[in-house]
Structures are given as structure tokens and as C-alpha cells.
Design a protein around this ligand. Structure first.
Ligand code: NAD
Length: 321
């Protein structure tokens, strides 16, 4: 067996691709073999750093016969790369969000299920020890109330402030929190979101500045979600969960618990979950799917929920999910 058991290709060589590549380069059994990005500087920089070749197209990348491909493109650019990788039957890691809307990801998910291709998705919060702790504490308790927040700045990438670039904050950012709510509290049956449609104060922006939403869970629990991109800093991205005698707050930094017995704080290193999501995917590529906590078809359900929230805000009406 080769030392580099997993030969990985990248489609998209921006910020998140660089993070995955650094994590993968820290594993003893991974080689990054090729990079595709229409922005030549990004492709060159990532490939030089990790000893990979720059490829002109996804087909050229696939000609290197990688064991897995990471698709780290902006929301508007999903589709062609995934389709080509799936056609080649190669395992696929896709960064969130899966697309600008639900239609294309639904089609891709159907192909993934039919072909039983190994997939991973960048919902790395699922791999956090803070989430595991929350799950343990909530075990056997009925959640009554959920409060999600994503209070942040406009990220410094040109595609973000445009609806046709990012899909907006509910789809692009809050989907992490929406995903956690689904995992810890269960399916959502109805959402109603209202938005401050005034765009943030950056050039060419047309996304909503803020949104406030309510969610009804199948279990009977209810929830809220508050988002804004009008701050100059990342203020808070978290999910609070309330059950009889339990108040939990989960963030990328840890899980804060208050019960009738007292308070606990379980800090975590946010990089641990980011490493774990890549390791679990590669293990699945190698045949061990045990540790894979979220694949594309599962992630699709959280993406559909985020899309329903965005549609509710734009159509100004409650939506049955
Ligand atoms: N899970 C997470 O924590 C996390 C963190 C950051 C970003 N993301 C997600 O990752 C995605 C990319 O974000 P980013 O910060 O890396 O953006 P970025 O703008 O830094 O990088 C995206 C790169 O993709 C390239 N690209 C555009 N169209 C392409 C195409 N058709 N084929 C190949 N490359 C293409 C761009 O030229 C750019 O270099 C976004 O959807 C974002 O939401 C996830």
C-alpha cells in the first residue's frame, strides 16, 4: 500500500479549500494531487503550497484518477463539478451550502443515492465534542425551545453580498445552526421568516441585512432564528436549547450548560471538528463509513430547510417544510 493512500483533488482553491488542504496535509496518508480554479492565482498558490499540479478543467483533474475530490466553490458555482465527479464514480466532499437553491442539490442527491457514492459535507459542527456533550445532556429530555443566532459581518469575498452569489445569509451561514437544530431537536415542519430587506452597506449588495424566523418542530418544540450581517465582527453564531431544567448554548468554542445542579462549560478547540470532518470523510473513502456524521443526502435536508427559511422571507408567508 502507498504511503499516500488517498490522492485528493480540489475544485475551488479559495479560503475554505486552503483550510481543508492544510488539514489534509497534516494526515500521513494523503497527497493533494491537483487543483482547478478559474482564478489562476488561487490555483497556483494552493498547488504550490501542497505540491499539486494546476489543472485546466475538472475533466483534467479527474484524469489524474484521484481517490476523492473536494468541491470548494462558492454557492453559485455548484453543479458541473459535482456532476462530473459523480459520473466518474469518485467520492465527493462538498462545502456548504450545497447550492443557491434546493433544486440542483436534490438532483445531485438522487444521483448520489442511486450510485451509492461516498460523500462528505462541510457541516463540521456535527463533529464537535460540544455537540456530543449537548446530545448526552439532552438524552431522554423533551426540548421545548430553540434559539439560533448568526450575528456577523459581511464576509470579505466578492460573491457574498449578492443573492445570485451566496443565496443570502440564511442559506450561506445560518445553515450551520439550522443543521444543528435538526440534528439535536429533529425535523422542522413549518417556518416563517421576516427580513430587513435593506442590503448591507457594501458595493453591489442585494442580500437581506437581517432576518428573524420562527420554526415549528415535528416534536412540538418551537424555535427562533436571528441573523444579521451588519456588524463589523463575528458577534455570535450559536444554538441555544431549552428543556425542563436544562439550558444549553452550543457554539464553535464549546457547550455551556446550566441545570438545576449548576453550571458547566465544555470548551473545545474549533479546529478539532474541522480536522474530524476531513478524517471521517477519508476513512469513509477507505471503506469505513462508521464515523461519517453527515453525507450529502442528509445535508440536503438542512439545506432545504435553510432554503425554506429564505423563501419564507422573500415571499412573506409561512412555509410548510
Ligand atoms: N464549512 C465552513 O466552515 C466554511 C468556511 C468558509 C467557507 N465555506 C464555504 O465554502 C465555499 C467557498 O468559500 P471560500 O471562503 O473558500 O470562497 P473563496 O471566494 O475564498 O474561494 C472560492 C474559490 O472558488 C473559485 N471558483 C469559482 N467558481 C469556480 C468553478 N466553477 N470551478 C472552480 N473554482 C471556482 C473562485 O475563483 C475562488 O478562488 C462557500 O460556499 C462557503 O460557504 C465553508
Amino acid at each position: 500500500m502507498r504511503a499516500d493512500r488517498y490522492r485528493v483533488g480540489f475544485v475551488g482553491a479559495g479560503g475554505v479549500a486552503a483550510r481543508h488542504a492544510s488539514v489534509l496535509a497534516g494526515f500521513p496518508d494523503v497527497a493533494i494531487v491537483g487543483v482547478v480554479d478559474p482564478y489562476a492565482d488561487a490555483a497556483r498558490s494552493l498547488s504550490e503550497k501542497f505540491g499539486a499540479t494546476v489543472e485546466e478543467s475538472v475533466d483534467d483533474l479527474l484524469a489524474l484518477e484521484p481517490d476523492a475530490v473536494y468541491v470548494c466553490v462558492p454557492p453559485f458555482a455548484h453543479g458541473p463539478a459535482e456532476a462530473a465527479v459523480l459520473a466518474a464514480g469518485i467520492p465527493l466532499f462538498v462545502e456548504k451550502p450545497l447550492g443557491l437553491d434546493a433544486e440542483l442539490p436534490q438532483q445531485l442527491a438522487a444521483r448520489i443515492v442511486a450510485a451509492d457514492v461516498v460523500t462528505g459535507v462541510g457541516f463540521h459542527w456535527r463533529y464537535s465534542a460540544a455537540v456530543a456533550r449537548a446530545r448526552d445532556i439532552l438524552d431522554g429530555h423533551r426540548v421545548s425551545l430553540v434559539a439560533g443566532t448568526w450575528l456577523d459581518k459581511v464576509p470579505p469575498v466578492g460573491w457574498w453580498p449578492r443573492r445570485d452569489g451566496s443565496g443570502g445569509q440564511l442559506i450561506e451561514q445560518a445553515v450551520h445552526v439550522v443543521d444543528l437544530a435538526r440534528v439535536l431537536v429533529g425535523d422542522v415542519t413549518e417556518v416563517y421568516a421576516v427580513a430587513d430587506a435593506a442590503p448591507p452597506d457594501v458595493p453591489d449588495a442585494d442580500v437581506d441585512s437581517s432576518a428573524a424566523a420562527t420554526l415549528r418542530f415535528a416534536s412540538g418544540a418551537v424555535g427562533t432564528l436571528s441573523t444579521t450581517c451588519r456588524l463589523g465582527w463575528k458577534h455570535r453564531a450559536a444554538l441555544e436549547i431549552f428543556a425542563d431544567g436544562i439550558a444549553l448554548a452550543i457554539s464553535e468554542e464549546g457547550c455551556e450548560v446550566r441545570t438545576t445542579e449548576g453550571n458547566e462549560w465544555h470548551p473545545v478547540d474549533p479546529m478539532d471538528a474541522k480536522r474530524a470532518v476531513d478524517r471521517a470523510f477519508l476513512n469513509a473513502v477507505g471503506g469505513d463509513r462508521e464515523g461519517l456524521r453527515v453525507d450529502y443526502p442528509d445535508a440536503l435536508r438542512s439545506h432545504q430547510l435553510a432554503c425554506a427559511l429564505a423563501r419564507s422571507a422573500s415571499e412573506r408567508r409561512p412555509i410548510d417544510v
